[in-house]
Ligand binder design. Structure first.
Ligand code: OOG
Ligand code: MG
Length: 268
Protein backbone atom coordinates (compact mmCIF):
# COMPACT_ATOMS: atom_id res chain seq x y z
CA UNK A 1 0.00 0.00 0.00
CA UNK A 2 1.36 3.42 -0.93
CA UNK A 3 1.66 6.26 1.55
CA UNK A 4 -1.14 8.04 -0.32
CA UNK A 5 -3.54 5.23 0.44
CA UNK A 6 -2.70 5.16 4.14
CA UNK A 7 -2.92 8.90 4.65
CA UNK A 8 -5.35 10.08 1.97
CA UNK A 9 -4.39 12.03 -1.13
CA UNK A 10 -2.65 15.38 -0.81
CA UNK A 11 -3.37 18.27 -3.18
CA UNK A 12 -0.48 17.30 -5.43
CA UNK A 13 -1.90 13.78 -5.92
CA UNK A 14 -5.40 15.19 -6.52
CA UNK A 15 -4.01 17.48 -9.24
CA UNK A 16 -2.13 14.62 -10.89
CA UNK A 17 -5.37 12.63 -11.08
CA UNK A 18 -7.27 15.63 -12.47
CA UNK A 19 -4.60 16.02 -15.15
CA UNK A 20 -4.88 12.34 -16.02
CA UNK A 21 -8.64 12.70 -16.49
CA UNK A 22 -8.33 16.00 -18.38
CA UNK A 23 -5.82 14.53 -20.82
CA UNK A 24 -8.13 11.59 -21.50
CA UNK A 25 -11.01 14.02 -22.08
CA UNK A 26 -9.02 16.34 -24.33
CA UNK A 27 -7.47 13.65 -26.54
CA UNK A 28 -10.34 11.15 -26.32
CA UNK A 29 -7.98 8.40 -25.29
CA UNK A 30 -9.42 6.02 -22.69
CA UNK A 31 -7.56 5.35 -19.45
CA UNK A 32 -8.05 2.66 -16.82
CA UNK A 33 -10.27 3.60 -13.94
CA UNK A 34 -8.56 5.58 -11.19
CA UNK A 35 -9.27 3.02 -8.49
CA UNK A 36 -7.06 0.50 -10.33
CA UNK A 37 -4.11 2.59 -9.09
CA UNK A 38 -5.81 4.12 -6.05
CA UNK A 39 -8.11 1.44 -4.62
CA UNK A 40 -8.64 3.58 -1.53
CA UNK A 41 -9.92 6.62 -3.48
CA UNK A 42 -12.79 8.02 -1.42
CA UNK A 43 -15.91 9.84 -2.61
CA UNK A 44 -14.61 13.06 -1.02
CA UNK A 45 -11.27 12.70 -2.84
CA UNK A 46 -13.07 11.96 -6.11
CA UNK A 47 -15.02 15.21 -5.77
CA UNK A 48 -11.74 17.04 -5.06
CA UNK A 49 -10.43 15.68 -8.37
CA UNK A 50 -13.64 16.87 -10.07
CA UNK A 51 -13.21 20.33 -8.53
CA UNK A 52 -9.59 20.50 -9.74
CA UNK A 53 -10.86 19.60 -13.21
CA UNK A 54 -13.51 22.34 -13.01
CA UNK A 55 -10.92 24.95 -11.97
CA UNK A 56 -8.70 23.87 -14.85
CA UNK A 57 -11.53 24.27 -17.39
CA UNK A 58 -12.31 27.70 -15.92
CA UNK A 59 -8.66 28.74 -16.27
CA UNK A 60 -8.93 27.73 -19.93
CA UNK A 61 -11.86 30.10 -20.38
CA UNK A 62 -14.85 27.78 -20.01
CA UNK A 63 -17.79 29.04 -17.97
CA UNK A 64 -19.81 26.80 -15.65
CA UNK A 65 -23.42 26.95 -16.86
CA UNK A 66 -24.87 24.45 -14.43
CA UNK A 67 -24.71 20.95 -13.03
CA UNK A 68 -26.02 17.45 -13.64
CA UNK A 69 -27.19 14.71 -11.36
CA UNK A 70 -26.33 11.22 -12.57
CA UNK A 71 -27.14 7.62 -11.74
CA UNK A 72 -30.46 8.77 -10.27
CA UNK A 73 -32.72 6.17 -11.90
CA UNK A 74 -32.91 2.39 -11.49
CA UNK A 75 -32.40 1.77 -15.22
CA UNK A 76 -29.15 3.79 -15.14
CA UNK A 77 -27.96 2.20 -11.90
CA UNK A 78 -28.62 -1.26 -13.34
CA UNK A 79 -26.86 -0.40 -16.64
CA UNK A 80 -23.72 0.93 -14.90
CA UNK A 81 -23.62 -1.30 -11.83
CA UNK A 82 -23.40 1.74 -9.52
CA UNK A 83 -26.22 2.33 -7.05
CA UNK A 84 -25.35 5.75 -5.59
CA UNK A 85 -26.18 8.97 -7.47
CA UNK A 86 -23.56 11.65 -8.04
CA UNK A 87 -23.09 15.04 -9.68
CA UNK A 88 -20.98 16.69 -12.35
CA UNK A 89 -20.52 20.22 -13.65
CA UNK A 90 -21.56 21.59 -17.07
CA UNK A 91 -19.76 24.30 -19.05
CA UNK A 92 -20.68 26.47 -22.03
CA UNK A 93 -18.32 24.41 -24.20
CA UNK A 94 -20.47 21.30 -23.63
CA UNK A 95 -23.74 22.90 -24.80
CA UNK A 96 -25.14 21.91 -28.22
CA UNK A 97 -28.26 23.18 -29.99
CA UNK A 98 -31.33 21.00 -30.49
CA UNK A 99 -31.81 19.82 -34.09
CA UNK A 100 -28.07 20.24 -34.66
CA UNK A 101 -25.60 17.78 -36.11
CA UNK A 102 -23.18 16.93 -33.33
CA UNK A 103 -19.65 15.78 -34.23
CA UNK A 104 -18.53 12.69 -32.34
CA UNK A 105 -14.83 13.35 -32.97
CA UNK A 106 -13.34 14.07 -29.59
CA UNK A 107 -15.54 11.51 -27.84
CA UNK A 108 -14.50 7.93 -27.02
CA UNK A 109 -17.72 5.89 -26.80
CA UNK A 110 -20.64 8.32 -26.55
CA UNK A 111 -24.08 7.41 -25.22
CA UNK A 112 -27.28 9.47 -25.20
CA UNK A 113 -29.64 10.01 -22.28
CA UNK A 114 -33.09 11.66 -22.05
CA UNK A 115 -33.45 13.91 -19.03
CA UNK A 116 -35.56 16.63 -17.40
CA UNK A 117 -33.66 19.88 -16.85
CA UNK A 118 -34.40 22.63 -14.32
CA UNK A 119 -33.49 26.29 -14.81
CA UNK A 120 -33.33 28.06 -11.47
CA UNK A 121 -34.40 31.60 -10.56
CA UNK A 122 -33.13 31.67 -6.97
CA UNK A 123 -30.05 30.34 -5.22
CA UNK A 124 -30.34 26.89 -3.62
CA UNK A 125 -27.94 25.96 -0.84
CA UNK A 126 -27.49 23.33 1.82
CA UNK A 127 -30.24 20.87 2.72
CA UNK A 128 -33.27 21.58 0.52
CA UNK A 129 -36.55 19.75 -0.12
CA UNK A 130 -38.26 18.84 -3.39
CA UNK A 131 -40.75 21.70 -2.80
CA UNK A 132 -37.94 24.21 -2.22
CA UNK A 133 -36.36 23.08 -5.49
CA UNK A 134 -39.65 23.57 -7.34
CA UNK A 135 -40.17 27.00 -5.73
CA UNK A 136 -36.69 28.08 -6.90
CA UNK A 137 -37.30 26.76 -10.44
CA UNK A 138 -38.02 29.24 -13.23
CA UNK A 139 -38.92 26.51 -15.73
CA UNK A 140 -38.31 22.87 -16.58
CA UNK A 141 -37.56 21.56 -20.04
CA UNK A 142 -36.37 18.39 -21.79
CA UNK A 143 -32.68 17.80 -22.38
CA UNK A 144 -30.47 15.21 -23.99
CA UNK A 145 -27.15 14.43 -22.41
CA UNK A 146 -24.31 12.86 -24.39
CA UNK A 147 -22.14 11.10 -21.84
CA UNK A 148 -18.68 9.69 -22.53
CA UNK A 149 -16.76 7.80 -19.89
CA UNK A 150 -13.03 8.32 -20.14
CA UNK A 151 -12.56 4.81 -18.75
CA UNK A 152 -11.86 1.78 -20.90
CA UNK A 153 -14.95 -0.21 -21.76
CA UNK A 154 -17.23 2.43 -20.14
CA UNK A 155 -16.60 0.55 -16.88
CA UNK A 156 -16.07 2.28 -13.56
CA UNK A 157 -16.95 2.45 -9.91
CA UNK A 158 -18.43 5.43 -8.05
CA UNK A 159 -15.18 7.22 -7.07
CA UNK A 160 -13.74 6.86 -10.58
CA UNK A 161 -16.85 8.18 -12.36
CA UNK A 162 -17.19 11.16 -10.00
CA UNK A 163 -13.55 12.11 -10.62
CA UNK A 164 -14.34 11.90 -14.37
CA UNK A 165 -17.02 14.59 -13.90
CA UNK A 166 -19.72 11.90 -13.99
CA UNK A 167 -18.99 11.20 -17.68
CA UNK A 168 -20.19 14.68 -18.73
CA UNK A 169 -19.45 15.49 -22.37
CA UNK A 170 -22.25 17.38 -24.18
CA UNK A 171 -25.79 18.49 -23.37
CA UNK A 172 -28.70 19.63 -25.50
CA UNK A 173 -31.53 21.69 -23.99
CA UNK A 174 -34.69 21.62 -26.05
CA UNK A 175 -38.40 20.88 -26.26
CA UNK A 176 -40.97 23.01 -24.47
CA UNK A 177 -40.24 25.07 -21.39
CA UNK A 178 -42.91 24.47 -18.72
CA UNK A 179 -43.58 26.17 -15.39
CA UNK A 180 -42.84 23.66 -12.65
CA UNK A 181 -46.38 23.96 -11.24
CA UNK A 182 -47.97 23.40 -14.67
CA UNK A 183 -46.83 19.80 -15.01
CA UNK A 184 -46.46 16.67 -12.84
CA UNK A 185 -42.89 15.65 -13.61
CA UNK A 186 -43.46 12.16 -12.19
CA UNK A 187 -45.88 11.27 -14.96
CA UNK A 188 -44.00 12.81 -17.88
CA UNK A 189 -43.47 9.90 -20.23
CA UNK A 190 -40.39 9.78 -22.45
CA UNK A 191 -39.78 7.75 -25.59
CA UNK A 192 -36.19 7.61 -26.83
CA UNK A 193 -35.87 6.72 -30.51
CA UNK A 194 -32.64 5.60 -32.15
CA UNK A 195 -32.64 5.75 -35.97
CA UNK A 196 -36.45 5.71 -35.98
CA UNK A 197 -36.79 2.66 -33.71
CA UNK A 198 -38.02 2.91 -30.13
CA UNK A 199 -34.96 2.16 -27.99
CA UNK A 200 -36.05 3.12 -24.46
CA UNK A 201 -39.22 4.22 -22.67
CA UNK A 202 -39.74 5.63 -19.20
CA UNK A 203 -41.35 8.28 -17.02
CA UNK A 204 -40.07 11.03 -14.75
CA UNK A 205 -40.81 9.07 -11.57
CA UNK A 206 -37.88 6.77 -12.43
CA UNK A 207 -35.64 9.61 -11.22
CA UNK A 208 -35.65 9.23 -7.42
CA UNK A 209 -39.47 9.20 -7.39
CA UNK A 210 -39.53 12.80 -8.69
CA UNK A 211 -36.84 14.59 -10.74
CA UNK A 212 -36.79 17.51 -8.26
CA UNK A 213 -35.43 15.04 -5.67
CA UNK A 214 -32.33 14.68 -7.83
CA UNK A 215 -31.82 18.45 -7.76
CA UNK A 216 -32.20 18.43 -3.95
CA UNK A 217 -29.60 15.63 -3.78
CA UNK A 218 -27.29 17.65 -6.03
CA UNK A 219 -27.60 20.79 -3.89
CA UNK A 220 -26.64 18.68 -0.86
CA UNK A 221 -23.54 17.34 -2.65
CA UNK A 222 -22.61 20.92 -3.64
CA UNK A 223 -22.91 21.96 0.02
CA UNK A 224 -20.39 19.24 0.87
CA UNK A 225 -18.00 20.86 -1.61
CA UNK A 226 -18.64 24.31 -0.12
CA UNK A 227 -20.66 25.38 -3.16
CA UNK A 228 -24.18 26.67 -3.75
CA UNK A 229 -26.38 26.38 -6.83
CA UNK A 230 -26.66 29.95 -8.16
CA UNK A 231 -29.84 31.42 -9.67
CA UNK A 232 -29.84 30.94 -13.44
CA UNK A 233 -28.28 27.47 -13.31
CA UNK A 234 -29.17 24.78 -15.86
CA UNK A 235 -29.44 21.51 -13.94
CA UNK A 236 -30.17 18.07 -15.35
CA UNK A 237 -31.87 15.55 -13.06
CA UNK A 238 -30.35 12.38 -14.56
CA UNK A 239 -31.30 9.91 -17.25
CA UNK A 240 -34.83 8.51 -17.00
CA UNK A 241 -33.93 5.37 -18.98
CA UNK A 242 -30.74 3.46 -19.75
CA UNK A 243 -28.34 5.31 -22.08
CA UNK A 244 -28.11 4.47 -25.81
CA UNK A 245 -24.74 4.14 -27.59
CA UNK A 246 -24.45 6.24 -30.78
CA UNK A 247 -22.21 6.27 -33.85
CA UNK A 248 -21.64 8.74 -36.70
CA UNK A 249 -24.71 8.79 -38.96
CA UNK A 250 -27.11 8.00 -36.14
CA UNK A 251 -30.18 10.06 -35.30
CA UNK A 252 -31.80 10.35 -31.87
CA UNK A 253 -35.24 11.74 -31.04
CA UNK A 254 -36.55 11.99 -27.49
CA UNK A 255 -40.29 12.67 -27.14
CA UNK A 256 -41.50 13.98 -23.79
CA UNK A 257 -45.22 13.91 -22.90
CA UNK A 258 -46.52 17.50 -22.94
CA UNK A 259 -42.95 18.84 -23.10
CA UNK A 260 -42.13 18.51 -26.80
CA UNK A 261 -39.23 16.64 -28.33
CA UNK A 262 -35.53 16.97 -29.16
CA UNK A 263 -33.83 15.55 -32.25
CA UNK A 264 -30.10 15.45 -32.90
CA UNK A 265 -27.97 13.64 -35.45
CA UNK A 266 -24.34 12.65 -35.16
CA UNK A 267 -21.48 13.10 -37.58
CA UNK A 268 -17.94 11.74 -37.51
C1 OOG B 1 -22.39 8.26 -15.35
C2 OOG B 1 -23.26 9.46 -15.61
C3 OOG B 1 -24.72 9.11 -15.51
C4 OOG B 1 -27.07 9.98 -15.72
O1 OOG B 1 -27.84 10.79 -16.23
O2 OOG B 1 -27.46 9.02 -15.06
C5 OOG B 1 -25.63 10.17 -15.97
C6 OOG B 1 -22.43 7.27 -16.49
O3 OOG B 1 -23.37 6.52 -16.60
O4 OOG B 1 -21.47 7.25 -17.26
O5 OOG B 1 -25.28 11.17 -16.56
MG1 MG C 1 -26.96 12.16 -17.49
Amino acid sequence: MSLDQMTGLDDEAIHRLAERVETAQRYAVPIHKLTDDYPGLTIAEAYRVQTALRRSYERRGQRVTGWKAGLTSKPKMAQMGVSTPGVGFLTDAMECAANARIPLAGLIHPRVEAEIAFVTKAELAGHVTRDQVLAATDYVQPALEIIDSRFTGFKFDLPSVLADNSSSARYVPGGRMRRPDAIDLRTVGVVLEHNGEIAQIGAGAEVLGHPAEAIAMLVGVLAGMGEVLPAGSFVMAGAITAAVAVNPGDCITARFYEMGSITVSFTA
